[in-house]
Ligand binder design. Sequence first.
Ligand code: DPM
Length: 324
Amino acid sequence: MTANASPNPPSQRTIRIGSRKSQLALIQTHWVQGELQRQFPNHTFEVCTLETQGDKVLDVALSKIGDKGLFTRELEDGMRDGTFDFAVHSLKDLPTNLPEGLILGCVTERENPADAVVFHAKYKGQTLADLPEGAVVGTSSLRRLAQLRHHYPHLTFKDIRGNVNTRLRKLDDGEYDATILAVAGLTRMDFTDRIDQILAPEISLHAVGQGALGIECRDNDPEILEILNVLSHGPTRDRCLAERAFLRDLEGGCQVPIGVNTVIDGDTLTLTGMVASLDGQQLIKDVVSGPTATAEALGIELAGKLRSQGAQEILDVINAELRS
Ligand code: DPM
């Protein structure tokens, strides 16, 4: 007997995924595309790439551009005008307030969220503490800068821009003695052999959402939300909801010296957070714990605790400096 076409063929849809063009962005987006294509063979998943403002403006310090949505706005416009159905971001690049009509549809399982140190060949095998007075560390993250200045006042810091490959090349060319990059990005790009030191949370609290992918989509497309649900990782989502609520409440913006760490043990989520001044002299840190189901409330509670210890004043000074 020959098989007849099914009278009710499963719905078939071409689903377009928006992505930045950097190598890391494409590795992340192609992973999402591959997983979804495997689990939903009836649909066709296509990747569409574009450049964001953050990819184009490379000669200005990230913190000076200061604009929210630097790496996401063009992708969001594409979702709203129907060019794409969803966009894959590094969650840490996604602002905590999303534009009307768009939501965080899915948070994927997090890689190691820690920061890593990569040294120039002449310092291979050492640690930041061993570097000589005045050694030059490349970073454009105010969070990394403030925490490392606090712990290692003997080091000098210099801005470094560009994607991961560009940064490693600038380091190898001798412009810097070390650079700090996320373990997650290096791992996804197969550069784990370049990691010389992983910074413990006692030294560097990571950025909000670091190591997880955030998939943003329209709030009125239940079919896409259902599809994305297969890539959602509950514990990562709870941790990142707490972290993002903390940052949103402090009105951190995308470039501020704010760091976090989260741990889930059973049903309890513990969130550590810190705010530091750019010179590293003031560093306010505290911890809250509670049920994972109250993740966002925990983030807000921690923001309040830090504010009562002077965090707002530190942030006001930094925001005024960045705007001048
Ligand atoms: C944001 C920051 C940086 C990126 C600021 C911060 C790092 C900039 C720098 C918000 N986005 O972390 O305090 O160090 O000069 C970025 C990276 C990844 C996502 C690269 C990195 C990959 C890791 C991940 C850039 N965005 O931090 O090494 O998925 O978390």
